[in-house]
Design a protein around this ligand. Structure first.
Ligand code: NAD
Ligand code: UD1
Length: 338
């Protein structure tokens, strides 16, 4: 049983990970500045799990506040989720992304050194592969920078490798997520994009509630079976479980790793829309729109390394993802017949 601090602990993936960790008997401390999360998330987690979660409201760039938090709640390791993640915003405001993601991570690691916390799990992204030469993608595929958000993930991965190589971290796991979607089946926690969603699944669910008239399909002339972009969607509950296994691994062993977290299945935009319609009985009106600048054609993971090292494999399928994403969004929209 370990005590783990989650930076960005009230966010989408962290809140689901908090549930997975307590279900495996661990203690969880949440640290967040609530820049992109709702303040009642810790309370919802308490109702969902029956456990109390200490909450530290702080910015990861505040070394003193984060050091104090780790001294008040001595932890065995940190899962570092806190970051900004909007690709378009990163291109519009590079300094903001360098500051929040890279400077923020350096400040966090300074606090970890001061508190002598030397085990880390890091939220990386499949965006580090850019447009890959082929899929399924293995971890040794070349990394490429597509945008500033992606660059910040690569810089942070390198920083973590250097800290592990020089013994400043005893062990670290960089987890390269493919496309997280869905929500806890209770619909008590989920994703809350602010404004118009950038990502496909939240957009689909908002069309289904009637908040948006139709889905813009960004390009149907890609070199894919139906012409629309292909991605590896992964249920956030599967992703959360992988974090619990990764934490247990890096605490048990002084070894570092970089692993893909995906299902290994590529799904096109139209396939996801049809799966959603099947799983929910809701019709999604479509509008074929131009390609979105910066989008890649197709990518999906080879998740074999995660299975070999962590004993992890995604269990939930696209129907589960659609059903749970819909349940969450419908509840927020006050729709009760789901
Ligand atoms: P999220 O925005 O829901 O969660 C991030 C949390 O960090 C939020 O609660 C936010 O308030 C907090 N935060 C941001 N800056 C902070 C700061 N300076 N100090 C303290 N807290 C701060 O995002 P998410 O989707 O849960 O993503 C979590 C991590 O996973 C991020 O690092 C993201 O880049 C990475 N990731 C996400 C996806 C995805 O599709 N959601 C894909 C790949 C990687
Ligand atoms: C985006 C980010 C990526 C991030 C990932 C997961 C970009 C360029 N990339 O990737 O860095 O790691 O989210 O959070 O933003 N689509 C539509 N209509 C929509 C929205 C999306 O057709 O309204 C299509 C896209 O063109 C793409 C697919 O749906 O083919 C998935 O898009 P999205 O959910 O935004 O994820 P990514 O593009 O993979």
């Amino acid at each position: 049983m370990a005590r783990i601090l989650l930076t960005g602990g009230a966010g989408y993936i962290a809140s689901h990970t908090a549930v997975a960790l307590v279900e495996r008997g661990h203690h969880v401390v949440l640290l967040d500045n609530f820049a992109n999360s709702e303040r009642d998330v810790p309370d919802r987690l308490r109702r969902l799990t029956g456990k109390l979660f200490p909450v530290i409201e702080a910015d990861i760039r505040d070394v003193k506040a984060v050091t104090d938090a780790m001294q008040a709640f001595p932890v065995d390791g940190v899962i570092h989720f806190a970051a900004l993640k909007a690709v378009g915003e990163s291109e519009a405001d590079p300094l903001l992304y360098y500051d929040m993601n890279i400077v923020g991570t350096i400040r966090l690691f300074e606090a970890m050194q001061q508190a002598n916390v030397r085990r880390l799990v890091f939220s990386s992204s499949a965006t580090v592969y850019g447009q890959p030469d082929h899929s399924p993608i293995l971890e040794d595929a070349p990394t490429r920078v597509n945008n500033i958000y992606g660059r910040t993930k690569l810089v942070m991965e390198d920083l973590i490798r250097d800290l592990a190589r020089t013994g400043k971290l005893l062990s670290a796991a960089s987890l390269r997520y493919f496309n997280p979607v869905g929500a806890h089946p209770s619909a008590m926690i989920g994703e809350t994009p602010s404004g118009v969603p950038n990502n496909l699944m939240p957009y689909i669910t908002q069309v289904a509630t009637g908040e948006r008239p139709h889905l813009n399909v960004f390009g149907n002339d890609y070199d894919t079976p139906d012409g629309t972009g292909v991605r590896d969607y992964i249920h956030v509950m599967d992703l959360a479980h992988a974090h619990a296994l990764a934490v247990e691994h890096i605490i048990a062993q002084d070894v570092s790793l970089t692993v893909n977290l995906g299902t290994g299945v590529g799904i096109s935009v139209l396939e996801l829309v049809h799966a959603f319609e099947r799983a929910t009985g809701r019709k999604i009106p479509l509008n074929i729109a131009p390609r979105r600048p910066g989008d890649v054609t197709s990518y999906y993971a080879n998740p074999a390394m995660a299975e070999a090292i962590l004993g992890w494999k995604a269990k939930l399928n696209v129907d589960d993802m659609c059903r749970d994403a819909w349940r969450w969004q419908a509840k927020r929209a006050g729709i009760n017949d789901v």
